[in-house]
Design a protein around this ligand. Structure first.
Ligand SMILES: Nc1nc2c(ncn2[C@@H]2O[C@H](COP(=O)(O)OP(=O)(O)OP(=O)(O)O)[C@@H](O)[C@H]2O)c(=O)[nH]1
Ligand SMILES: [Mg+2]
Length: 444
């Protein structure tokens, strides 16, 4: 249930600026706004006002806006005060609002109220935070699409499909003798198939959205001296990592946030993979494998001058094949005729040769996706819920095909519906909401 106190916060970022904005939301917002400005405030107008302290002395003057509920962001009565953007001044104004009966808002509390009042659903609330935090143009556009409701719409379509299937099955269950007939009905199998296919499509889109939100994790791996640190430096545009001709230079995993073609990347340079007696290097290699396990893309670097060695082959066999890209570095040291490897990108961190193709390979998939203007922002939470829903559908298919049980199937589908509703927040716990909104900024 929505709370009934009135909250206040500074909505503009800390620091100085021409304008600083304070927000009030709750049943006493108008009363407090009128008290601090010692005047009446009308809805739907922008009004110039003075703002006073407890002794009637003018603290500042600026603009005042009143949004009458439910026509406001939070769905409650809201007053916005646009004052001058000095941090001390804004604090004094905020303190005055609290003296008049407002309470300091918690992080994300305006958005939380908007959600509880049904103004936005949970994915949209999350999209606001992601829009503000987005680290690239692609991420910004995707967050806006989620805020516009593209993601929620698709979840709703899926929920409708599951509901219609449930209704169909549960109606048949009411006529117990007919259950056998109904289980022979091919239509159910087809509907399940459709549901499953649509869910997998949405899951794929959500995975892309999550990558945009979190950034794509690209791990540079290979034997010592292949040029991993040199490549990190090339992509970062500065000397982030130490480069020497000594094998085993890098030990720690080095992480750089790099934006390529508007795609946020977390590029990780790792220790060269080899047998070592040195405990420090051993730990570095262990961490390198850990980084590889968490990668969206692994670039496996080979020294082109040395070519693919047995040691390289042994490592490649242990790498996940689906997100692996082989890169032959030091192409400046070989002739064009030596470029005989398939599925390989040749680069030189020294001359910059081949970098375009490499960057295209890393960002290609995601930017293609974004260009068809379908990409929406998603979070790990959404992907997890969709994965659970996918498992639920599989379970339902199993109940249908193997157990021949309409009852089990109905129960499986009920759970699928719940997992999907968790995404948009139609089904949610206080705990989940607390976790989500506490990561927002104050005043949002
Ligand atoms: N000619 C040439 N030399 C390169 C190129 N890239 C890197 N090198 C040299 O190769 C050596 C090793 O480079 P690093 O970047 O330190 O290699 P690494 O893979 O990080 O090595 P470790 O940290 O030991 O695993 C250095 O002497 C670099 O100058 C290249 O494109 N061309
Ligand atoms: Mg290195």
């Amino acid at each position: 249930m929505p709370e009934h106190d009135t909250i206040a916060a500074i909505a503009t970022p800390p620091g100085t600026g021409g304008i600083g904005i304070l927000r009030l939301s709750g049943p006493r917002a108008l009363e407090i706004g009128e008290a601090i400005s010692a005047s009446k405030i009308d809805p739907g107008k922008i009004q110039f006002r003075r703002f006073f302290d407890a002794d009637g002395e003018v603290l500042d003057h600026g603009l005042c806006l009143y949004f009458r509920q439910p026509h406001s962001f939070s769905g409650e009565d809201c007053v916005e005060i646009q004052a001058h953007g000095g941090p001390i001044l804004l604090d004094m104004l905020l303190q005055r609002l609290c003296e008049l009966g407002a309470r300091l808002a918690r992080a994300g509390e305006f958005s939380e109220r908007a959600f509880l009042n049904g103004k936005i659903d949970l994915t949209q609330a999350e999209a606001i935070a992601d829009l503000i935090d987005s680290g690239s143009r692609a991420a910004t556009r995707a967050a806006m699409r989620s805020l516009e409701g593209r993601f929620s719409e698709q979840v709703h379509v899926l929920v409708e499909e599951v509901i219609s299937l449930r209704v169909y099955i549960e109606a048949a269950l009411d006529f117990a003798e007919e259950e056998i007939d109904f289980l022979d009905n091919a239509e159910i199998g087809e509907k399940l198939e459709d549901c499953s296919r649509h869910l997998l499509e949405l899951l794929e889109q959500a995975e892309h959205g999550r990558t945009l939100q979190e950034g794509l994790t690209v791990v540079l791996a290979g034997l010592p001296n292949a040029g991993k640190s040199s490549l990190l430096n090339y992509l970062a545009g500065y000397e982030a990592a130490i480069v020497t001709e000594i094998e085993g230079t890098t030990r720690d995993v080095l992480r750089e946030h790099i934006s390529l073609k508007g795609i946020p990347l977390k590029v990780q340079d790792t220790a060269g993979l080899r047998e070592s007696d040195n405990p420090v290097e051993q730990e570095g290699i262990r961490r390198a494998w850990q980084a590889i396990a968490g990668a969206d893309v692994v670039l496996y670097l080979v020294d082109a001058k040395k070519g693919m060695t047995e040691a390289d082959q042994r490592i490649i066999e242990q790498l996940p094949a689906d997100n692996l890209q082989r890169v032959f570095n030091k192409s400046d040291l070989i002739t064009p005729a030596d470029r005989d490897q398939e599925n390989t990108i040749y680069v030189s961190t020294r001359s910059g040769d081949g970098m375009e193709a490499l960057i295209e390979r890393i960002t290609g998939q995601i930017s293609d996706y974004n260009q068809d203007s379908q990409a929406f922002m998603a979070r790990r939470r959404h992907v997890d819920a969709l994965l659970r829903a996918r498992d639920g559908i599989r379970q339902a298919a199993d109940s249908f095909i193997n157990d021949r049980s309409g009852e089990l199937m109905a129960e499986d589908l009920r759970e699928v519906q719940q997992q999907l509703n968790e995404i948009t927040g139609e089904f949610s716990s206080d705990d989940l909401l607390g976790r989500i909104f506490s990561t927002f900024c104050i005043g949002k």
